[in-house]
Design a protein around this ligand. Structure first.
Ligand code: NDP
Length: 475
């Protein structure tokens, strides 16, 4: 039986977007010295607000504010810092609907994801690290904070990446200067208001908006003690070079090209759901996305038929509609990159398939796309597409699966689908990936460390391990 589709839009009225936003420095919103830029809704191309650009001088003011606040913040007992973090976590929960709607409007991601995945995880990160603030002596990394952390984050999970960066930094007694991505600054600025609401001492959190140059000014500032970056491997390389020879501690969370490996004994219906979550969640704008499906040859035909049936049921469109599975691509630049790489897939001889799927006239959209007949040398098997595009390869033996999965410059994540626990463990011990999911994919938890091997970066975020990046080594 086919049901009529009835739209179920979330109300936009729960958010109050101001016409313009300043920088958040020393507990106050102030003007930026650079030329302001516009942030748009990628689903409609409508301008949402004008946002200040922080110049080097503005970044310097923010770092000075953070340095001054460090004296106060680091001197507080851990139990006092915890109170602020718990308070922030509770306000995030109270204002979750507003934050989720704003995230979907500025980023393009479906409200179902911002509401049910991003926001609960954001609050959970603050709760989790609030719990560590007065127990650092048991974590095994010492108890001395580093100082001022310069943090630069991407546009794919704007508020969640902010939480991954700010919560552990503050729990350990550091202060921060954070730069959100140019295309998604709004939830970070609402978070600044939450810091005010929580009475966080001025200067503990500073938010500076702007483009790449602002990010470069943050990481390059001589009075920053710690650099934390999530984004492309290309910019990660630039940052690693810029901090080489300094005493700055660095963590880099970069790109990925994860293998999602399905054996012939796997529960196929579950595997199909895991493949869909692996690559079509958040339009594939996920560094650990399962963008390479490795399927055992004997079940490839059956699995592909099932996957195509499932993809034909996905609903693409208005991110604020609660029925939407696939939202808008975050920017025109990202859409151009996805198109270029997908065209190269066809050009190099892979076979392209998408379900019948009408794309809205306005905004940036790309249909869920699957490439079969992909070989390891194709660009779509090697480069991070960062979009809703799956490259399918086959294998015959577990050893071949490991060989192909590891044949990438990246090493962030992997997934294995099999009924046999012994095979799972055999695979996990051989896969060069920071996270290996077993019969699931894209599952996140604040208690679990996350990070990469090889060109996916270094350092871990999340869990007890995530504290290490924000504490002085025990000498
Ligand atoms: P970037 O790596 O350029 O952006 C990440 C953050 O770094 C943004 O805040 C950006 O600012 C900032 N930045 C840019 N240049 C510098 C610099 N020289 N020094 C310090 N900070 C800088 O990613 P893009 O948004 O340009 O995306 C490009 C590609 O990167 C994507 O197509 C995707 O493949 C990959 N990517 C991977 C991510 C991951 O988590 N692995 C996340 C995002 C992108 P601004 O946004 O203002 O340019």
């Amino acid at each position: 039986m086919i049901f009529e589709y009835a739209p179920a839009p979330e109300s936009r009225d729960v958010v109050d977007i101001r016409p313009s936003y300043g920088l958040f420095i020393n507990g106050e919103f102030v003007d930026g010295s650079g030329t302001p830029f516009k942030t748009i809704n990628p689903a409609s191309e409508e301008t949402l607000a004008e946002v200040a650009t922080a110049t080097e001088a503005d970044v310097d003011r923010a770092v000075q504010a953070a340095r001054k606040a460090f004296g106060v913040w680091s001197a507080l007992p851990g139990s006092e810092r915890a109170k602020y973090l718990f308070r922030i976590a509770r306000i995030i929960q109270e204002r979750a609907r507003e934050l989720a709607v704003l995230e979907s409007i500025d980023n393009g991601k479906p409200i179902r994801e911002s509401r049910d995945v991003d926001l609960p995880l954001v609050a959970a990160h603050f709760f989790y690290y609030a719990g560590w603030a007065d127990k650092l002596q048991y974590a095994g990394y010492g108890t001395t904070p580093l100082g001022v952390a310069g943090q630069v984050i991407p546009w794919n999970f704007p508020l969640l990446m902010l939480a991954w960066k700010i919560a552990p930094a503050l729990a350990c007694g550091n202060t921060v200067v954070l730069k959100p991505a140019e295309t998604t600054p709004l939830t970070a600025l609402l978070f600044a208001e939450i810091c005010q609401q929580a009475d966080l001492p001025p200067g503990v959190v500073n938010i500076v908006t702007g483009a790449g140059e602002t990010g470069a000014a943050v990481v390059g500032h001589p009075d920053v003690d710690k650099v934390a970056f999530t984004g492309s491997t290309e910019v990660g390389r630039l940052i690693a070079k810029s901090v080489a020879g300094t005493t700055k501690k660095v963590t880099l969370e970069l790109g990925g090209k994860a293998a999602n490996i399905v054996f012939d004994d796997a529960a196929l219906d579950q595997a199909v759901e895991g493949i869909v979550t692996g690559i079509f969640f958040n339009q594939g704008h996920v560094c650990c996305a399962g963008s390479r499906l490795l399927v055992q040859e004997s079940i490839a035909e059956e699995l592909m038929a099932s996957l195509k049936r499932r993809l034909s049921t996905l609903r693409l469109g208005d991110p604020l509609d609660k029925n939407t599975d696939i939202g808008a691509i975050n920017s025109a630049a990202q859409l151009a990159k996805i198109r270029e790489l997908s065209d190269s897939g066809e050009g190099e001889g892979a076979e392209r398939w998408s379900p019948a799927c009408a794309l809205p006239d306005k905004g940036f959209w790309f249909p869920p796309t699957v490439f079969t007949g992909v070989s390891q040398s194709h660009r779509i098997a090697r480069e991070e597409i960062f979009g809703p595009v799956l490259s399918v390869l086959t294998f015959r033996t577990p050893a071949e699966a490991v060989e192909k999965a590891n044949n990438t410059p990246y090493g962030l994540s992997a997934g294995v689908w099999t009924e046999k626990a012994s095979r799972m463990l055999w695979m996990a011990s051989r896969l060069r990936a920071g996270v290996v999911w077993s019969n699931t994919f894209n599952k996140f938890d604040p208690t679990s460390p996350f990070g990469g091997f090889k060109e996916s970066g270094y350092g871990r975020e999340g869990g007890r391990h995530g504290l290490e990046a924000y504490l002085k080594e025990i000498s």
